[in-house]
Design a protein around this ligand. Structure first.
Ligand code: ZN
Length: 230
């Protein structure tokens, strides 16, 4: 599955889990959690993509540690990480027990990537995210200045850099590949749209930052001018 689907499914699963557990997982973490297993791309060639970070041998201890230290928030975030494995399991295979039995435990439905099923899963998840974000109020992050809007820069940065690095490592001419098939064109447009929405949020985040700084400066000036002259 591509990063569009991963970030959208993790948003849906981790947000819904948080809601059930009465904690509000911030949108930037919900979107980020599903991309984390693909962070191995940052460490290539030292860490082979789609190995350790896609194995339950590594992921289960990570889930336990996150839940132990961060409680319900950590658990909701972990569900986002696990949704990555589910996504890759559906459209391809995952090395479930890597580095042990690395070949015999490659399991998955292998629906294909790119494929109609994958496109439906990615675009479907994106549509559901837009609906869910409208219902839970997260849409305000991309329309109004706030601190959390600024933090959307983290999943945005990951989405863009991982895509570029992945293509670079495999010498894939990105622009050509992205529009080479109809299924890919739709997914590419989805990535562009999601990145655009996140970028809008980051822009509002900067507005929040500048406004915040200005009001702090103003408070500082007011406080110093209110001091009695001695
Ligand atoms: Zn993956």
């Amino acid at each position: 599955m591509f990063l569009l689907g991963h970030s959208c499914w993790s948003y849906l699963f981790s947000k819904a889990t948080g809601r059930r557990l009465n904690v509000n997982l911030p949108a930037y973490l919900a979107l980020l959690s599903g991309i984390l297993p693909d962070f191995d791309i940052y460490f290539q060639p030292y860490l082979v993509h789609h190995t350790y970070t896609h194995s339950l041998i590594v992921i289960i201890p990570v889930v336990l540690v996150l839940t132990y230290f961060f409680g319900r928030l950590g658990f909701a975030f972990s569900i986002g990480i696990l949704s990555h494995l589910l996504g890759d399991f559906l459209v391809g295979t995952i090395p479930l027990l890597y580095p042990f039995y690395s070949n015999s435990f490659d399991v998955g439905l292998n629906l294909g990537i790119p494929s109609l099923a994958d496109t439906a899963l990615e675009i479907g998840a994106f549509g559901l995210v837009l609906l869910y974000a409208y219902r839970n109020g997260d849409y305000k992050l991309v329309l109004k200045p706030s601190r959390e809007s600024l933090l959307l820069a983290i999943p945005l940065f990951a989405l863009v850099t991982l895509t570029l690095l992945f293509a670079g490592d495999r010498s894939i001419p990105l622009a050509e590949f992205a529009f080479s098939r109809r299924a890919l064109t739709i997914i590419t447009l989805g990535h562009i749209l999601l990145s655009g929405i996140l970028a809008l949020g980051v822009l509002h985040g900067f507005r929040w930052y500048l406004g915040n700084r200005q009001s702090k400066l103003k408070d500082g000036v007011d406080a110093s001018s209110a001091q009695p002259l001695g």
